[in-house]
Design a protein around this ligand. Structure first.
Ligand SMILES: C[S@@+](CC[C@H](N)C(=O)[O-])C[C@H]1O[C@@H](n2cnc3c(N)ncnc32)[C@H](O)[C@@H]1O
Length: 251
């Protein structure tokens, strides 16, 4: 999985590529993150990548020429037979909010180009003239697209085989599985008067699975009931949820 990031602050990506799980994935060659400074593609010798807004207004706007040139260069680095499938993503609070479906779509592509906006944002011609996706990481505004790009890379990289473990493990996580995950416990058995559930220490795998499923259903009902509308539920899940007061579609 290869990510080509176009940014005014390439060093920011060291936070992702030099630490923890994604750092190890980069070291092992499972994921590559190339952060390119857009200023390199400026048309003047001062490396100007932003300019005042036509019409006036606060904040500078990222110029189109360096961004188009940076995307062309990133595309030239991608094998011709993969270019068509390469998402060209603009990070933006105006975009589609990142979710598992979008993460799956990016994870299926061999490479992804991500443009990080900054200041007041990017020239509209970048939005209309070259991107395939405009992606937001939530309904709030960041100062730049770097953190948003890192969120996308982190979420997508978890689906690259061997980055986190088996794909099966990753698919059991909250949201990805369609539900919220059951509670997790580790040692010590008792901590500050709080016990761990006995069933988890019983060695009875069928009972453990049953407990976890029920906890997962209950937690989803309490915290994200909207997920139950699309979750893959068995008849016994529905009966259990109905007992908890769920009045979902087929309850
Ligand atoms: C201060 S924001 C610009 C916001 C712009 N003036 C607007 O109102 O839509 C600067 C940059 O941060 C990034 N950004 C801000 N919020 C974001 C979000 N929620 N998701 C993804 N990227 C975001 C985008 O790349 C954006 O171009």
């Amino acid at each position: 999985m290869r990510f080509h990031i176009l940014t005014l602050f390439p060093d920011a990506f060291r936070l992702l590529t030099e630490y923890s799980i994604i750092g190890r994935a980069v070291d092992r060659g499972l994921v590559s993150v190339t952060a390119t400074d857009i200023r390199q593609f400026a048309t003047d010798r001062h490396g100007t990548a932003d300019d005042y807004q036509f019409g006036g207004g606060p904040g500078m706007v990222m110029k189109p020429e360096p961004v188009f040139a940076a995307v062309d260069t990133a595309l030239a680095d991608i094998p011709a037979n993969e270019r068509e499938q390469t998402p060209i993503v603009l990070t933006s609070p105006q975009g589609r909010v990142l979710n598992q479906r979008l993460v799956d779509e990016f994870a299926a592509a061999p490479a992804t180009i991500i443009i990080c906006g900054h200041y007041a944002g990017v020239d509209e011609r970048i939005r209309t003239g070259m991107i395939t996706h405009e992606v937001s990481i939530g309904d709030y505004v960041l100062t730049g697209g770097e953190l948003a790009a890192m969120v996308i890379i982190d979420a997508v990289s978890r689906f690259v085989p061997d980055v986190v473990g088996s794909e099966e493990n990753v698919r059991e996580d909250s949201i990805t599985s369609g539900l919220l995950q059951h509670p997790l416990y580790t040692r010590p058995v008792e901590f500050r008067g709080m016990d761990t559930p006995e069933v988890l220490r019983s060695g009875n795998h069928a009972e453990i699975e049953r407990w976890r499923r029920r906890q997962s259903l209950e937690r989803t009902l309490r915290q994200r009931p909207d997920l139950l509308e699309t979750a893959d539920l068995t008849n016994s899940d529905r009966v259990y949820l109905a007992g908890l007061g769920w009045s979902g579609s087929d309850a």
